[in-house]
Design a binder for this molecule. Structure first.
Ligand code: FAD
Length: 288
């Protein structure tokens, strides 16, 4: 199928985007890389009268580091994140995650912001944002507001963005502690969306876990924090994590606390099994 006819306007600033959103209301749709939006237009799942193109808005692009905060502009592509020295040095978990997102051609066009706002529960970026306690920077007619990632991903394909708002960037505050990260996902073929995935981010203060984030994705309607597992990890050493009894306890905790939902091809039961498998692998890898 082909998309229904629509008007098109390429914006060149955030202010222009906001004015176009206010002028066109529900009839308008923002387009970033188009990698999720265009298929939905072609399938006529969405039928906007006007597309507002963000490609010309330079202030939404790029990755910067300032005063211990890394900022990824909403229009930064997946490939730019993969190729960034700042990301490799300070947020290596994002660098590890990129190759799991679709294929190179899609990564060259798809954007950080498009992925976060689309909020597919199987997508890698929302899970990483949650694991790194990221802050989403949102622009609207009343100026900018900041929303923690844990409050941004509300439900299936639903975020805290309100009418006539756009995501401008995401910010990550660097920790003073040493961090240990792990990313893994199981998918049927390389480039497919994950059947189930895990992101772990541990911060160690002199060898003791001071803070941990264990996030699962493609298990429910949003990425999910494994808070019970995080409580088990608190104040442990990496040596503690390598003990067979600890691994078993953590795996059972994860399986009991993560309420998995089935998707089109995978049962909730299988996803629950994979929740345990992925945590066991994560702990073995982190402590190897
Ligand atoms: C075959 C295929 C396989 C894929 N596999 C994966 C995968 O494994 N993992 C994965 O994570 N993704 C995958 N994707 C999706 C891909 O990552 C997309 O790039 C991403 O989901 C959307 O980014 P985009 O820039 O293309 O956004 P678009 O498609 O342009 O927009 C998506 C939605 O976000 C809105 N939007 C975009 N930017 C903003 C903004 N700044 N503020 C407010 N609203 C905004 C749009 O209005 C639209 O509703 C796949 C896509 C395809 C086609």
């Amino acid at each position: 199928m082909k998309a229904a006819a629509f008007n098109y306007q390429k914006a060149s600033s955030v202010d222009e985007v906001l004015n176009l959103l206010i002028k066109n209301g529900d009839n308008a749709k923002l387009i970033a890389g188009g990698q999720s939006l265009l298929p939905s237009l072609n399938m006529r799942l969405s039928n906007p009268e006007i597309l507002i193109d963000l490609q010309g808005v330079e202030e939404l692009k790029g990755i910067t580091e300032h005063n211990g905060v890394i900022r990824i502009g909403a229009m930064t592509t997946h490939t730019e994140i993969q190729d960034s020295d700042i990301i490799q040095k300070h947020l290596p978990i994002l660098h590890q995650a990129v190759p799991h997102i679709a294929h190179r051609a899609i990564r060259n066009l798809g954007t950080w912001g498009g992925s976060c706002v689309y909020a597919d529960p199987a997508a890698e970026w929302p899970a990483c944002a949650l694991a790194l306690d990221a802050v989403m920077v949102i622009a609207g007619s009343n100026g900018q507001r900041r929303v923690a990632a844990k409050d941004f991903f509300l439900d299936l394909y639903t975020t805290a963005l309100q009418e006539n708002e756009l995501l401008v960037a995401t910010e990550f505050t660097l920790s003073k502690y040493t961090s240990v990260d792990y990313f893994d996902e199981l998918s049927r073929r390389h480039g497919d969306y994950a059947v189930t995935g895990i992101v772990c981010h541990l911060e160690l203060d002199q060898g003791i876990i001071a803070k941990s984030r264990v996030v699962y994705f493609s298990v429910a309607s949003t990425p999910v924090l494994a808070e019970g597992v995080q409580a088990l990890l608190q104040s442990k050493t990496l040596q503690d994590l390598s003990q067979t009894t600890f691994i078993e306890q953590a795996r059972e905790m994860a399986k009991s606390e993560i309420m998995t939902l089935s998707d089109l091809t995978n049962s909730a039961h299988m996803k629950k099994h994979l929740v345990g498998v992925l945590l066991e692998r994560a702990l073995q890898h982190i402590t190897a």
